[in-house]
Design a protein around this ligand. Structure first.
Ligand SMILES: [Fe+2]
Ligand SMILES: [Fe+2]
Length: 283
């Protein structure tokens, strides 16, 4: 059984972050694949080749949900392999992760449904293609708990930005509606991870600087190492919507600045490092 290292925030901290997250969607604002869209209007003929490709690309990323969810279960187990206080912490976190997983699974389903309803793909071929990528293991072998929140903080914000760019490009109103809902959800997911990382910084300050720095130093978007032809594909769709995690770095910097009032040398260095990674990769 994997044992996660590094400090944990308190169970109360997790509980308050989870409660804040749950309050971000009142029941009347929730949506789903079956009832929120008029699928008869889906029309891929209104999309360019690049836009279709961008939809296919992100369908694979979203469809990998079982892999992402399993990873949190692996590192924050909710069973007898951990002591009681850790279990209590992980149990609170699970309230978030199971809701988050449900929402991400809806993202995967809505994109698959769009591909089918719009005429982009045949159900069986799509299912098979997704299974090929979905089977591959996704793992972030981090040592510190805070890193499991820093990574998705960046990734959720990058995905939100991607959906916003793609929404501005596409000609099918139904797809625009879908992308609006997706980007809103990713913004809410980002806010949870930002909240948690902030709590880590507030509680442990300098001790968090190196673990956070390591996440940024080694950052790869999910599946960058497993999707066949990832980089070629990413380049091909770059004109439509760039899937670029460095766009999210300024939001991480904001989180750090908000969390720490009087910055130590170590935290100042961390901010400078993240800033440098951001500017280095500006094209
Ligand atoms: Fe998503
Ligand atoms: Fe998300």
């Amino acid at each position: 059984m994997t044992v996660i290292g590094g400090k944990l925030i308190t169970t109360d901290d997790v509980d308050s972050a989870v409660r804040a997250f749950m309050r971000t969607t009142p029941p009347q604002q929730r949506w789903d694949v079956e009832f929120s869209f008029d699928w008869s209007t889906a029309d891929a003929d209104r999309l360019t080749v690049g836009e279709r490709s961008a939809v296919e690309f992100v369908t694979i990323i979203e469809d990998h949900l079982p892999g992402y969810f399993a990873m949190y279960d692996r590192y924050f187990p909710v069973d007898g392999s951990v002591d009681l206080p850790t279990f209590a912490h992980n149990r609170e976190l699970y309230h978030f992760s199971v809701r988050w997983a449900q929402e991400e699974d809806t993202h995967a389903r809505v994109l698959e449904q769009y591909q089918i309803a719009s005429g982009m793909a045949q159900p069986q071929q799509l299912r098979t293609a997704l299974a090929v990528e979905g089977q591959k293991l996704f793992d972030l072998p981090y040592e510190h708990a805070v890193q499991f929140f820093t990574y998705p903080l960046v990734q959720e914000k990058a995905t939100q930005i991607y959906y916003q760019h793609l929404r501005q490009a596409v000609g099918d109103p139904l797809l625009r509606d879908i992308l609006t809902r997706l980007s809103r959800d990713e913004a809410r997911h980002f806010s949870f991870f930002a909240d948690v990382v902030q709590k880590y910084l507030q509680r442990y300050g300098d001790a968090m600087a190196d673990p956070i720095r390591d996440v940024i130093a080694e950052f790869r978007m999910p599946l960058a190492d497993t999707i066949r032809g990832y980089w070629r594909w990413a380049l091909r769709i770059a004109d439509v919507a760039r899937y670029d995690h460095t766009e999210a770095y300024e939001y991480l910097i904001k989180v750090i600045n908000r969390a720490v009032d009087a910055k130590s040398d170590k935290v100042t260095e961390l901010v400078a490092f993240v800033e440098a990674c951001r500017t280095l990769s500006v094209r």
